[in-house]
Design a protein around this ligand. Structure first.
Ligand code: ZN
Length: 146
């Protein structure tokens, strides 16, 4: 039995917030996107290095609430080595989960990102969880010259 608030702050989320993965500056990145979420004060800078449509390296910097920063950390862990098409599919799946899809929340391809499923119950925090993914989509568009 866990309350909605407990599921919002699962241990894995707090762990990523305290020890973010892939946080820092990427040398020779191909694209850099700044995104912010004024309603909460979250900021994310996402950098990608892309070779042959594949994400070779990814880093982020930023500050804000634990949901926004943990989501960014968890996202970057899933991205390295993925094709841009794959990353797009993952973004779509994660977004479905954030909009309350139970089918998406049960999808093992999301890995530990599923710990964020409880955020869907808090509409004002969904924006926090999607901030890094919005940056990812913009980055992919930019690197493809779109
Ligand atoms: Zn936030």
């Amino acid at each position: 039995m866990s309350s909605p608030l407990q599921s919002l702050y699962q241990e894995v989320i707090l762990e990523h917030y305290r020890n973010p993965r892939n946080k820092g500056e990427l040398e020779d990145s191909d694209v850099e996107i700044h995104m912010n979420n004024p309603t909460c004060g979250d900021e994310i800078v996402l950098q990608l290095r892309v070779r042959d449509e594949r994400i070779e390296a990814v880093r982020f910097r930023g500050h804000g609430c634990s949901i926004s920063q943990a989501a960014a950390s968890m996202m970057t862990r899933q991205l390295e080595g993925r094709s841009l098409d794959d990353a797009h599919a993952l973004t779509a799946r994660f977004t479905e989960m954030m909009h309350g899809s139970e089918e998406a929340a049960a999808d093992k391809s999301l890995g530990d990102l599923r710990a964020l499923a409880g955020v869907a119950k808090f509409p004002v925090r969904v924006r926090c969880a999607l901030l890094a993914w919005d940056a990812l989509q913009q980055a992919a568009q930019k690197v493809r010259g779109g």
